[in-house]
Design a protein around this ligand. Sequence first.
Ligand SMILES: Cc1cc2nc3c(=O)[nH]c(=O)nc-3n(C[C@H](O)[C@H](O)[C@H](O)COP(=O)(O)OP(=O)(O)OC[C@H]3O[C@@H](n4cnc5c(N)ncnc54)[C@H](O)[C@@H]3O)c2cc1C
Length: 319
Amino acid sequence: MSTLVFLEHHGSAIQKASLGVLSKAASLDPETSGVIIGADVGGLAAEAARYGAARVFIADDASLAAPLPQGRVDVIADLVKANGFDNVLFGASVLASDIAGGLAARLDAGLNWDLTDLGVEGGALVGKRSALGDTVLVDVAWSAGPRLGLVRSGSFEPTEISGAGAVEQVGVTLQDFSTKAKMVEQAHAEQTGPSIEEADILVAGGRGVGSPAAFTELEDLASALGGAVATTRAVVDSGWYPYQTQVGQTGKTVAPKLYIACGISGAIQHKVGMQSSQVIVSINKDPNAAIFDFSDLAVVGDLHEIVPKLTSLVAARKG
Ligand SMILES: Cc1cc2nc3c(=O)[nH]c(=O)nc-3n(C[C@H](O)[C@H](O)[C@H](O)COP(=O)(O)OP(=O)(O)OC[C@H]3O[C@@H](n4cnc5c(N)ncnc54)[C@H](O)[C@@H]3O)c2cc1C
């Protein structure tokens, strides 16, 4: 079984989701390769090796500077044809999803998406994904190769397992139609502190927070703890907080060291996005809230009284 992992980078860092998929793939197959595509990306090869890549393909070309999918489909399709990879894996993102879809069409290959785990059975890759509204996990496979898989972001923590990291430069030949799209503008959301995927501590607020203004209470606690604020879909749908903070089935999957859930009922669609957190502390005024069933510490009370007190205690402890 031979595997290639697309290593998406933003600026001078490979994305955490890609590194998580790479280290998982390398744990199944020590000969796993990675591919980094862009302009001036050669310096990222060492990071790929640190997370398990035995070979690192570098496609370095000015025409690939913009994070557009078509040129990347060309590069990966050529690599698969030349090296006969059985599997091509991606950590899910908007760009990775576009590339995976384009590659499936180009290679006439099957794509399984939203995978939450990977394994090997009978020498071939198998995956797990949730179904029926995230209420069951099912095994999925491919009827033929190459097997393309998009892994749900946050499913695997990047693990350092040094690979040989042999670097191979790749010649870039783009199809005519792949050069038609141009990046007109790229904007970055301003963010202070870590993103919810990266933070070790998340202070998550649900509808029980009561209003957008009251989220400052959660922001103060998150900032005292060096963490980030996450939300439920009810909060995002009400326009109280940005979509990129939503945790759950239609949001992000997170696995922080500490998840403090404030005014969150614990619906299954929220649970699936945070149940892998190492420690879950919940504050809810309803003693029968479902979230208490999967919390390590259940605090029954009004979050507006408890959260500011917690913030003062943390600040006092930090001096
Ligand atoms: C297809 C589908 C996909 C979905 N995807 C997602 C998803 O990705 N993420 C997600 O989160 N949801 C998702 N949902 C919605 C989900 O079913 C729930 O509706 C949602 O998670 C509820 O959000 P909540 O806990 O913030 O609000 P509520 O269920 O309204 O809970 C609010 C809680 O706050 C408590 N509370 C109120 N005031 C206070 C106070 N002062 N102090 C302490 N506690 C208080 C209440 O007791 C209650 O338990 C999805 C639903 C569907 C159908």
